[in-house]
Design a protein around this ligand. Structure first.
Ligand SMILES: *Cc1c(COP(=O)(O)O)cnc(C)c1O
Length: 426
């Protein structure tokens, strides 16, 4: 290999990247090191990771405490089959999660990522009705939903350009309006009419991330969930994105009055260190699979189910997350986001702002439609990269969801750069 070849060049020759279009986007930036909120590239440039590396990082990159715990575990046990066997990190993490999840959650099922956590949740619901001998087949989701990139999760996600090539292979789902004062009545009527056939309702609580950080009220969601409960509809709360402090509370569930039957976790679960997914469920769900009849088994397992290293990373991340210090950081980011959002309200380029906890979204005013393919997206992405900030706008919506360890000076710099962009872009 020529010693002058850069990582970027070698990458282009051998690697295929997600959600990327090489002729438009150009070669990827090769990162050689991460520390706190900073990413260091091979060309010497550095970037503030303002989106926590696709919403996964909580405590900054290469956190020494997580690294140390992982190193110790690597010398003890790197992996073991999880059917018929178990290990201390998986047990400790399950206990730990159950102690902080809504108190009706009683069992933890492990997998590798957010999509698998959702696939498993859907299978749990459908097989719950199968195992209990009831014919409920309809699945309900929300308009503009995003639940992952596998076939099942694409099926329960909004139909879009992302899913178009596969449309004929996605199963049927009934999409409801997001609950608000106006839509609730109609939603309830629709649900009531089909109540006997509905297997489950899956939703992203409070924030629809991929849709552009669209937010809706906890009170309206609570009302809808309560209504579903009365109709016997199983609730799948997809907290893959909203979990672990993102929304200002530990889980979005902590804003709601009704507890879901099943919850999906991933992204922040390991603090952004290793892939891990969790599907938690209530005792009645778990119970419907317990039997002397083997056909009632949940036939789902991945090779790396409950990988001990990933579990240890999650335990270490939780140690950090549950510190008073981290809670105060989340509070500080929350307050600063609100102040900044107020300060730019009314700017000619600001269509609207949305914020909840550590999430701040700004919708850029645009003559084109507000969607993922809005041409402002590339301009904004490049603008912030030039200024040393990694943002990844969803169309004309820029959003900020930093690692919780971000310092005030770093937030100041990002806010100042957004102000500048408001003057110069669009
Ligand atoms: C990202 C995301 C997923 C999918 O998780 P992956 O780990 O990317 O497969 C599912 N649900 C929500 C709400 C997400 O934001």
């Amino acid at each position: 290999m020529n010693h002058e070849t850069t990582l970027s060049q070698r990458d282009v020759a051998a690697v295929w990247h997600p959600y990327s279009q090489l002729p438009i986007d150009g070669p990827p930036i090769a990162i050689v090191e991460g520390k706190g909120v900073y990413l260091y590239a091979e060309d010497g440039r550095s970037y503030i990771d303002a989106i926590s590396s696709w919403w996964v990082n909580l405590h900054g990159h290469a956190h020494p405490y997580i690294a140390e715990q992982l190193y110790k575990q690597l010398h003890k046990l790197e992996h073991v089959i999880f059917a018929g066997f178990t290990h201390s990190p998986a047990i400790a993490l399950a206990e730990r999660l159950l102690s902080i999840l809504p108190d009706n959650q009683r069992k933890i099922f492990y997998s590798d990522n957010g999509s698998t956590a959702v696939e498993i949740a859907l299978k749990m619901c459908l097989q719950y009705w199968h195992n209990t001998g009831q014919c409920k087949k309809k699945i309900i989701a929300l308009k503009d939903a995003y639940h992952g990139d596998t076939f099942g999760t694409m099926s329960v996600s909004a139909r879009s350009n992302w899913t178009k090539p596969f449309e004929n292979y996605l199963f049927e789902v009934i999409f409801l309006e997001v609950p608000n004062e106006l839509s609730l009545k109609t939603i309830k009527e629709k649900l009531y009419a089909i109540r006997q056939e509905v297997a489950c309702f899956i939703y992203e609580p409070l924030v629809q991330g991929s849709a552009g950080m669209k937010m809706y009220e906890a009170s309206h969601l609570s009302e809808l969930l309560c209504f579903c409960k009365e109709l016997g509809i199983l609730l799948i709360q997809d907290e893959v994105f909203t979990g672990f402090g993102r929304t200002g509370k530990l889980f979005a569930a902590d804003y709601l009055h009704t507890q879901p039957d099943i919850m999906c976790l991933s992204k922040g679960l390991t603090g952004g260190t290793l892939p891990l997914g969790v599907t938690s469920c209530t005792e009645p769900i778990y119970h419907a699979f317990l039997s002397n009849d083997r056909t009632k088994t949940l036939f789902h397992g991945h090779s790396y189910t409950a990988n001990p290293l990933a579990c240890v990373a999650a335990l270490a991340s939780l140690d950090l997350l549950l510190k008073e210090e981290t809670r105060l950081c989340i509070q500080r980011i929350t307050t600063r986001h609100i102040d900044f959002a107020r300060s730019i309200r009314g700017h000619r380029n600001v269509q609207t702002t949305r914020f909840l906890g550590t999430i701040l979204a700004i919708e850029w005013r645009s003559d084109d439609v507000t969607n993922y393919f809005n041409p402002l997206r590339d301009q904004l992405y490049d603008y912030f990269l030039q200024k040393g900030i990694l943002m990844r706008p969803l169309g004309n919506v820029i959003y900020l969801l930093p690692p919780y360890c971000i310092k005030d000076e770093e937030l100041d710099y990002i806010y100042a750069t957004i102000r500048l962009a408001l003057e110069e872009v669009g």
